[in-house]
Structures are given as structure tokens and as C-alpha cells.
Design a protein. Sequence first.
Lengths: 383, 294
Amino acid sequence: MDLFEYQGKQLFARFGIPVSPGAAVETVDDAVAAADRLGYPVVVKAQVQVGGRGKAGGVKLANDTTEARTHASNILGMDIKGHVVRVLWIEKASDIEQEYYASFTLDRSAKKYLGMLSARGGVDIEQVASEEPDAIARIHVDPVDGLSEQEARAWVEAAHLDPRATDGAVDVLLALYRAYTDGDADLVEINPLILTPDGRVHALDAKVSLDDNASFRHPEWAEFGGQQTLDHREALAKERGLQYVGLDGTVGIIANGAGLAMSTCDVVNQVGGAPANFLDIGGGANADVMTGALEVINSDENVASIFINIFGGITRGEEVAKGIVQALERVELRAPIVIRLDGTNAEEGRAILKDHESDRLVSKPTMLEAARTAVELAGKGAR
Amino acid sequence: MSIFVDENTKVVVQGLTGSQGRFYGLRNRAYGTQVVAGVNPKKAGTDVEGIPVLATVKDAVASTGANASMVIVPAPGAAGAVIEAAEAGIELIVCLTEGIPAHDEALFFNRLEREFPATRLIGPNCPGLLTPGKCNIGFIPAEVALAGGPVGIVSRSGTLTYQALKELGEKGVGVTTCVGIGGDPVPGTSFIDCLSRFEADPDTRAVIMFGEIGGSAEEEAADFIAREMTKPVVAYVAGVTAPPGKKMGHAGAIISGSKGTAQAKMEALRAAGVTVALNPTEAGDAMARIVASL
């Protein structure tokens, strides 16, 4: 789960990272009231989960009430790379002397945590990373040992920050490491991390991605869930616990396992079709999950055929079949289904489906044949 | 021959008394795997259709000689289960559990590496592994596989592992061992671990490798193949048509820059002399041709 900046800052503050006072608002009047309360100048910041909002005009400085009103009304509702701004973060403006960059994430090759720190933070950090890799000081942290103050200090020195920033940066990095590990984040990033003229080190932005697998031990995450910007198909899939990514083709896809689901998209493409989505029902799905998956696909009006590709290991064929039959009874499907069923209890599954086969439910023995039939049916449906 | 598991592998199931653990534990036993014990401190002294349930993995090792463990417990308890197995001296831990927090995985991977270097972990979030005719640990529907080689299989995706077995089975091609390494960010066993074991196994004469988008494991494998492998390799990478920057299911499948795309992986593999197929069926066909010419 990706957090908005203001949610990331709330999380940072809990771990002791200094952030500016501010308020999250959803209307122009609330924005102005918050700005008046915080005291000018303030920064009006669009809350979207996409980079480049500053360059798109989604971050503006307001020196008085009139400017706060103008900026808030311009930015609310703004479309930034397909993300519509629904929430603003109004923050007391900071004096900036220097801009740094700091982050923690997992280095999958090294199988250790990777910390990155640079004296050259700001909007062009990716360019800095590719053109001058040495401008980023990297540190690998073994999860067993954690990050010690001594290591953090040596790391800060290696990054050549202003000497006045050293102590503050060490504190922030140690707190950021705790936010990353104890906070169960996949990514924590501060860009920019600023040094103020009076020598304080302070997070001016926050990018946090939480590990959904750890939600069972973080009941407090419930407060972050409400405002994710999902399209309606993705929201519906999320409610049902399905891995769904909306695409723009006409063949609806349901498969078990991310690898098979991706492979199914690939094969549909190779035989001349276009997938409408990626949908992974996961391992061990029962009949209700399959019914839910069909309901999600059915909510997509572009879908002209549905390709169900199941190779059961932990997923059992008879459960898949029961789910399809249940869905046929419960919802009116807009498109015909082509199914390929293999693996654990596939024969039991095929026996259940046999009585329901028609021109709306076709069974095929292989992935390629099923893909061809699904693409053919989608072509007919589109006409 | 085979890698990692054979007829001498004795398996303790951590989670045997749960519904999934029971289903797959019994299924693995019906296939011929020596499933010697289950573990559950609250149900010690009972049995699951004749398989004794003991309090701890240590007890299971002491009384049954178990040398492998299948971990099929809910995600919150998985890290504890893996460490318990390692502390009991288990040589091979197959962790099937999905949805384990990434920090738990990173922590137990590094603990095993430092404190239990002789222990091999496969998974987590994997379908397990199969030496046809001898031992099946996990979810793999083994009936589609033919025994005896000459092909070794390693795959990051569970369902594509089954697809690979089926493609070969239908063409009459046998398999030495099939390993599903799992798609999580920190897999205990990598492509390279499996490739090097297949290279050393005299009965394995060619290898099928199924990868997917995200991370750089396929690129690293390509490097290894170019340097160390003499046996032919056929590869398929799922996710050619995946939109960039979208997280698709596995935590592992996150595209990062140009590295990690299916195109980049396929190019790296081709440059290493690997036969790269565009779908699983094509991979099976290519392997059948290679086997015929061996």
C-alpha cells in the first residue's frame, strides 16, 4: 500500500522524524482555514501517488489568504498524470539551505537492506543517480544486526553533507531505519531531506510504501486505507482480496498464480488478442473467490470474452468449477467463458462443468487453444 | 539421480493438522514421499491418518529421523517455524506459506545463512519441489510428470512450474527434479543454486528455467549460465505484455527501471546462449527437440 505524502509524514512523526506542521484538507475553505491557522507563508501540496507533481503545478507557495485560496482551488481536482487531486496538504513553509536525499529499501540481489543518502537531493535525484552514481552514498544493512549509530555516522560522512547537518542527519537516518523495519515498509524515502539555515534537519517530503503482508500486525494501518485512488474495477477486486490490474483490451483474464496470469496475458497477445486485465485468484482459491473474480471481470464493459486459465496445485479443480457454476447462477455474465482446467482435481472439475457447457461456456484442453478461442469470441462480441 | 530430494528424504510437516497441511501432507504421502511426522504442540500424541503428530520439530527429528521439513503454517507463524526447523538440524526446509512479511523473510534468510549454513531453504511462497517417482514436497500435481530425466526444471512461478511439467510429460520427456523457488523478494534458493546443482547432476542433461518480470534474478542466472553451464538451457520469462510500473501479484514482480523487464531478461538469457521461448508450450517444444538430439 502506497501512502500519500501526509500519511507518510504522520508515520515519520510517530518514529521521531522531524516534519513540518500541517493539515490534510479536501475543500478550498478548509485549505484556507488551515493556512490561516498555520500562519503564512504556507505550501499548498497536491496529494497524489505519482512523481512529478511539482513540475505539473501541484505544489505552490502561498503568502496570504488570497493566494492560499487561489492555489487551493487551482490544485484541487487537477489531473496529474491521470491522478485526480482530491486531498491537499497545507504545510508551514520552511527555509531551505540545502536539499538531501535519503531512503531505505530491500536490495534483492544482496538480500540485505540498502540505504541511500545523497547531498544532491531534490527533483533531479534520478538524473544524479544515473549520471553520477558516486554522488549517492550506499550502505548495506544486515537485518540481523540492524543499523548502529556508528555506522550511520560513517555513512553520513561518506555522503559529504554539510558538517552542520551531521548530528541531525544521523538521528533522522536511525529513525528512518526504524520506520522502515518496525513500520513494515517496503520503501521509505525522503526527498528532499532539508538543512535549514538554523541547522535543523527535517523531512520536507515522504514517500512510504507499506508491506501489505504485514497488515495483520498493524491495526493502525486501517486509517490509511480509505483514500487510495483506485479505478472501480481495482476497488472491487481489492474488496474481494484479488490481485487485479486493469488493462485496456477485450479478453478478461482469470488465472491462478501471478506467473500463469502474466503468461496468459502474453499468450492472448501472441494469438492476436488484447487482455482486458490481469487477475490472479491466488493459491487455494475456493468457489466463492472464483465467483467474486467473475463479478469483477463482469463489471468491465470492455470485456467481450473471458478466459479462465487454471493449473491447480494448491487450487483444486472442483472448487474452480463450483465457483463458475455459482457465478452463472448468480450473475448475468456479459461475455462467454473459455476455460482451461488442469492439475489438482481437474477431472472432478471438468465433470462438474460438463453439464453446463454451451456456447457461453467452452472448455479447451490447452492454454494455446483456449487463448485462440477466447480471442476469436472476443472478436465476434466486439462486432 | 536428482537434486535436493530423493527416496531417502524424510519429511516432517509443520502445519499437518491444518486443512491445507493435511490435504497436501496426505497427498504427498500417497505419491510415495516419506511423510514421517507432523508438528503441533497442542496436538502432540495424536495422528493424522497414521502420521504421528509431535510437539516440536526437534522431537520429530529425534523419533523419526526427519531430514526435511515442509512449512505450511499461516504467515504470522512462518518465520518462527522456519527457525525452529533450522534449530532442530533439518537440512532442507521447504516453506510453502505465502504472504509472509518481507522483513520477516529478510531476517530469517540472513539468520539461516549465518547461523545454519548447512540448512537449505526453498521458498517461501513456493509450490515446493518434486523428484518424480521418489519424493514430492508441496503442491506440485506430480501426476503430470514423468520420472527419470534427463531434464531439470527450475521456476519462479508455481503454476508455471506445473505447466512446464505438463508440457514435457505430454511429449514423453522425463524430469530429474523440478524446483519451484517461489516469487518472493528474498527466496532461500535461487535460480543459480538450482542451475549449479543441475550442472553437477549426471542424470540431468538439460534444464528448463521459467522466470518472470521484476528483480534481476534472471539476469544473474544468465551470467552464471554463460560462465559455468555446459548443459543446454531453455528459458521462458512471463510478463512480456505486462504494463511497466504495475505491481502484479508477487511481491517480486515489480518492474524497476529497464532492468527487470521481460525484454531485458530475455536478451540477457539469449546472449548467454539460452534458447528463449515466448510461451510455455514453445519452451516444451524446444526442450523436446533438444532432448531428441542429446
